[in-house]
Design a protein. Structure first.
Length: 159
């Protein structure tokens, strides 16, 4: 495994980014609903934008991301749990369909349509690994939020 994606190296880098205990609290309202809406956006962004090279659709296309970069987190408070789950499930279904189609025509080394500012195009493997990293990070956040609500952790059975 290349060293730039190995767990110990990455986790050490993540610890270096961790602010000291004296740093101010986050201005972003991190909630379970906000995390779910954010992950729905990540699904669409990774596969529609990075793989297909197309603009993302609703509701993401109507957001002014420059002035409200945490819109997905903040706007989730106005959605019901059912709406958030539906949004996420629909995004995941779109992603799966895109990945299935891509894999039916080639392997993980195929290049996506998006071109970065430095002229690079991510391959399918990179996009999938980025998605795994995103879910892993936010699953940890969800565990902490859940535990603060009712004391259960991700390994505890529902009560």
């Amino acid at each position: 495994m290349p060293s730039n994606v190995s767990g110990p190296r990455w986790s050490g880098s993540a610890r270096a980014w961790t602010p000291p205990a004296s740093a101010p609290h986050s201005a972003r309202p991190v909630t379970l609903g906000g995390l779910l809406k954010h992950l729905a956006h990540v699904e669409d962004s990774h596969f529609v934008r990075l793989w297909l090279g197309s603009p993302v659709g609703a509701p993401w296309d109507s957001v002014d991301w420059e002035s409200t970069p945490d819109w997905d987190y903040r706007s989730a408070a106005g959605d019901t749990p059912e709406q958030l789950h539906a949004l996420w499930r629909e995004s995941v279904a779109r992603s799966r369909a895109i990945v299935d189609k891509a894999l039916s025509t080639g392997g993980l080394d195929q290049l996506g349509a998006h071109v970065t500012r430095s002229g690079e195009r991510p391959n399918l493997r990179r996009i999938l690994l980025d998605l795994v990293e995103e879910y892993a990070r936010h699953a940890g956040h969800a565990d902490l939020i859940r535990e603060s609500v009712d004391g259960l952790t991700g390994e505890d059975p529902p009560r």
